[in-house]
Design a protein. Sequence first.
Length: 351
Amino acid sequence: MKKTLFILFLSLTIGRAQQNQDAPLNIIFLIGDGMGLSQISAGMYSNNNQTALEGFPVIGLSKTQAVKNLVTDSAASGTAMACGEKTFNGVIGISAKNKKLKSILEICEDNGYNSGLISTSSIVHATPASFYANVISRKKYEDIALEFIESEVDYFIGGGKNFFIKRKDNRNLIKEMNGIEVVKNLKAFQKSDAQKIGFLTYDEEPPSLNEGRQPPLDASLSAVLSKLDSRAEPFFLMVEGSQIDWGGHANDIDYITSEFREFDKAIALALDYAKNNSNTLVVVTADHETGGLAIIKGETETFEMEASFNTPGHSATMVPVFSFGKSSELFAGIYENTQIFHKMLEAIGLN
């Protein structure tokens, strides 16, 4: 009798594992804006020499240049990763041949996926906008907001409320949202039973973490993951740690490391989710490096460090790509940033 029960238990366990393995692939795509290898190193040392990225078995390198420039911006690089084609700096979702592009998020939605966007910048900033908008200039925030309300994004958290309600055309885009319930805080987000939920965290760009930004990125990710996990369909979720980049522009090592540590907590959460859901792929990368950061001095007892910067802008250095989960082996090697799009499509069987 005991042997029969054991065989039955084993059969059910294997069956559940096989069912999970055969389920459509979820993708959690995390972008540390401006996060080159030096930013990762500095953040790791400031975190007692530890980072969740150490749990990723597959590492690659991404070439970040734009069409005409070795040094990319977030719009061109975001478009390359989201849509699979190089474009000019400042351009979102439009190719160098003036063709409107469809993003990985939109392709997933067309194939029955749910979707989410989380950013510690405004939701109409260059990186998140690359996943739903087609505009000639990243500075056309009101135009990007118009495209956002026409998108099929199911869950979002990010700043920039005024681009939706304090506009030159006097429209209130929150009232025109495509079936999305826009809530006022994270608690309301968590409690809502709506099929589509959004939280505009700040009127303008959110402040830095050191200035008290709320909610924490990992809390936002937890809330969105909970919603996506409760639904039967697979999902695509993009999570941006935006202000690692802003710390680089400011040549401020404390700004960089604090933003990285918050991003690292979100990475750890995504990694834990993938470990418990075998039909999940986690990819972590950057759009470019910012600041030309170098760690030039430090000691190992407290990991205090001295940093040097080459520029207040971006640099052309390659950036690392970390991956974990089903099909993660696709992301090994050295390749153009456009290949991240194609590798994600291949992972979900839509290439």
